[in-house]
Design a protein around this ligand. Structure first.
Ligand code: CA2
Length: 146
């Protein structure tokens, strides 16, 4: 029996992690990040589902499913949709659990179009610029809060 259930959602192009632009996004692959999160969740008796999609609608469908399947929290890196997607914001607004927004890079140190996040209007917490550690910090915070 798990204590809680968390959905990790990675947005477009994050499947390329570890293959290009390591100076911005680090050397770890998405599989490395997800494996570490699964181990961390298992250590604390939490269930975790990690997904990546390059398609806005698929991310929205996953958020909708999380509304109905007992998911307690969502950790989301919406990638470029962070800065464009009212649709993802609307889906998250229909989700009752906790939401943590994670960015590998410090978006505020980058181009001005990355400084605004629609998702931050809903997120309970935002982590940016800590690389892959940001995901683990997000999960740690959720687990600590129970
Ligand atoms: O810093 C982040 O985590 C971002 O969400 C990453 C997005 C970017 O659009 C956001 O502004 C900030 C981009 C993800 C692209 O990932 C790649 C990874 C490796 C190679 C190419 C792209």
């Amino acid at each position: 029996m798990s204590v809680g259930k968390v959905l990790v959602l990675h947005g477009p192009n994050l499947n390329l992690l570890g293959t290009r632009q390591p100076e911005i996004y680090g050397h770890e692959t998405l599989a490395d990040i997800d494996d570490a999160l699964r181990a961390q969740a298992a250590d604390h008796g939490w269930a975790i589902d990690c997904r990546q999609s390059n398609h806005e609608g698929e991310l929205i469908d996953a958020i909708h499913a999380a509304r109905l399947d007992g998911t307690a929290a969502i950790i989301i890196n919406p990638a470029a949709y962070t800065h464009t997607s009212v649709a993802i914001l609307d889906a998250l607004n229909a989700f009752d659990g906790r939401v943590i927004e994670v960015h590998l890079s410090n978006v505020h140190k980058r181009e001005s179009f990355r400084h605004h996040s629609y998702v931050s209007l809903r997120a309970d917490g935002v982590i940016a610029g800590l690389g892959s550690r940001g995901y683990r910090a997000a999960l740690e915070a959720l687990i600590a809060a129970g």
